[in-house]
Design a binder for this molecule. Structure first.
Ligand code: ZN
Length: 309
């Protein structure tokens, strides 16, 4: 690497780090509790560090706000998010469900995407979120204000959501969900599975979707990304969540960041035509395997540090 490209790379890294710290959200807060460049794990010939995963998830500041072409995923499920922050629209004859409003500043972009697909933003009746971090749920208050929708949240994430007050607005909470609860609208049911670890109330939603007369199991996964420091309580949460995730039937994996399910690659295939690239049982567990390996690597590193301080 020459000096110029080395400097550019450093600047890029610096920018990413600053954004992460300023956001103070998914990506955690500081170099200490944030995403360090160790440990390294390898899976299918690809190396990952906590820092590389956060960088992959968040992209650049522009990636977090730039509209990604809205598109149909399968059945009544559509993508309406930005390049690196997922937002899903589930359409029913009795109104629609929006999963993840992302940052408040992205809500007008999400509205644009919903409209571009031929739906009305005001038809959103229920707002859900994968987890209580600003890059997934900061926009709840504005989206509720614009639609009148009911905001339903997992009980364990309520304290974190109550502390999320963009512009001083209270976070709307119209209904509190518990592990295993069903959210039903217009013949579509989403089941809320508590998959804690990343946050206390991290929620994976599952549903089924129909295409060409077949029914497919769809997972809207919550992030399984571990923090840099694991407490026994957080370890217990993750161990339970990994078990839950391995047991869920899956044909279509989606996630709160598009990179968790290879959206860009699948979308490119969608443009070419052929079988629906989002129906991809083979890669259903890829993100789970990455995060589970990383979790155990962090555990090991932590244990080693405790044994040999
Ligand atoms: Zn997060």
């Amino acid at each position: 690497m020459n000096t110029m490209s080395a400097r550019k790379a450093m600047l890029h890294l610096f920018t990413v780090t600053v954004v992460i710290s300023a956001a103070g959200l998914c990506s955690a807060q500081t170099a200490t509790y944030g995403a360090p460049a160790h440990p390294t794990i390898s899976l299918d010939g690809q190396s990952y560090t906590p820092l590389s995963i956060v960088t992959r998830n968040m992209g650049t500041p522009a990636d977090q706000t730039d509209q990604f072409p809205p598109h149909k995923i399968i059945g009544n499920i559509y993508y309406v998010g930005t390049k690196t922050l997922s937002s899903f629209l589930i359409v029913t004859p009795q109104g629609n469900i929006l999963l993840d409003t992302t940052y408040e500043r992205n809500v007008p972009t999400i509205e644009k995407s919903v409209t571009a697909l031929g739906f009305n933003f005001s038809d959103i009746k229920i707002i859900l979120g994968n987890h209580a971090h600003g890059d997934h749920q900061e926009g709840d208050a504005l989206a509720k204000h614009m639609t009148g929708a009911q905001v339903e949240v997992m009980a364990e994430d309520v304290p974190a959501l109550q502390a999320m007050k963009p512009g001083g607005k209270d976070h709307p909470i119209d209904k509190v969900l518990h592990d295993g609860d069903a959210v039903t609208l217009g013949g579509t049911t989403l089941v809320a599975h508590l998959t804690a670890g990343h946050t206390r109330g991290c929620t994976t939603y599952t549903t089924t979707a129909q295409e060409n007369g077949k029914t497919y199991n769809v997972i809207f996964g919550c992030s399984l990304r571990a923090p840099a420091v694991l407490t026994p309580a957080i370890e217990a949460e993750f161990n339970h969540s990994f078990q839950v995730m391995h047991a869920l039937p899956c044909d279509v994996l989606l996630g709160d960041h598009p990179s968790e399910y290879g959206m860009i690659e699948k979308y490119a295939k969608l443009q070419v035509g052929g079988p629906n690239p989002f129906i991809d049982k083979a890669t259903c567990h890829k993100e789970l395997d990455i995060e589970e390996s990383m979790f155990h690597a962090i555990e090991k590193e932590q244990e080693a540090a405790a044994t040999h301080p």
